[in-house]
Design a protein around this ligand. Structure first.
Ligand code: SF4
Length: 298
């Protein structure tokens, strides 16, 4: 019995993106649940205790005033609030974005760069979302990086550039999967229908581990889980381009197929950006008198 109980609990940090109905705040689209103690994610969700562990949620920008004025549940630990940009000008919204500790999630479209510049210079953290779509807008993607690297008025991080830059500076690699909460065994995404996947991107792609009640043991037996585990190994088993790519530490074969082969369209856009970031980091190191950063462990 003791063993069964231990097996049903996972220690460590887990991030869940849970349905909005578990986060009773007007405008919330998804809850982000972080469990850092030895707790069963399934039990936590079912017990109604989710609010105790929830540290953030995603919401529409149109609900910003309501969120800023909302009385949060007394046991909610306040954390990052991800606000989906609605395509409008953030003009006049920055104080509210700052008040709720928002991270503005920007998908590519007309006006996205202007919103990115205005918010990041106004102290609001920004994050590019839907990287596949950004890859089809390479000039805008490159401009977002140049803004991050060169703006003298930047006051807040821009993801994914900030995580990559920190990885280079600290010599602690962090790839795009880590930056976007898509790390197998660490991150989970719970659909409104109770299905469990790694992220919404993976769920949309048909990679579903099972249902909440199947638990970790069941999810790990699923074809989707095994496929994702195999995907991590494929670049090295097959000696594909990704295995020898100098940017693997930051990209992590984010857009590779099941055989571990990269998408040339992705690489053509992202490799020059990774090189630009590395170049900027090297210059910063040299100016700081630190010399060349040490090689990363292979
Ligand atoms: S940039 Fe291309 S080759 Fe390099 S790790 Fe990413 S997908 Fe693979």
């Amino acid at each position: 019995m003791a063993n069964a109980r231990r097996e049903s609990r996972w220690a460590g940090a887990h991030v869940w993106d849970v349905p909005a109905h578990l986060v009773p705040i007007e405008g919330a689209r998804r809850g982000v649940l972080r469990i850092t103690r030895d707790a069963s994610v399934a039990e936590t969700l079912h017990s109604g205790m989710a609010r105790e562990a929830a540290i953030g949620f995603t919401a529409d920008v149109i609900h910003l005033p309501a969120i800023a004025q909302a009385e949060l549940p007394p046991n909610l630990v306040p954390g990052l609030v991800r606000i989906a940009w609605d395509g409008g000008s953030p003009d006049g919204r920055i104080p509210e974005l700052l008040r709720v500790g928002a991270c503005l999630d920007l998908a590519p479209s007309d006006g996205a760069l202007d919103a990115l510049v205005e918010c990041s210079e106004g102290g609001v953290m920004c994050r590019l979302v839907d990287l596949a779509a950004w890859t089809t807008a390479p000039e805008a993607l490159a401009s977002s990086l140049e803004h991050y690297l060169t703006s003298p008025r930047l006051e807040a991080p821009i993801e994914p550039w900030h995580s990559i830059a920190r990885g280079i500076a600290s010599r602690r690699p962090r790839d795009l999967s880590g930056t976007y909460d898509e790390t197998l065994r660490r991150n989970y995404w719970l659909g409104e229908d109770g299905s469990v996947s790694l992220s919404e991107r993976h769920a949309t792609g048909g990679l579903v581990f099972g249902r909440l009640e199947d638990g970790p043991e069941g999810w790990q037996q699923s074809p989707a889980w095994r496929a994702l585990e195999a995907r991590r190994r494929q670049p090295f088993l097959r000696r594909s381009t990704c295995a020898f790519c100098p940017h693997y530490l930051w990209c992590g074969a984010y857009a590779a197929d099941d055989a571990g082969s990269p998408d040339p369209a992705w690489c053509g856009v992202w490799i020059p950006l990774f090189e630009r970031l590395q170049e900027a980091a090297d210059i910063a190191w040299a100016e700081a008198g630190e010399g060349e950063p040490e090689e990363y462990p292979g």
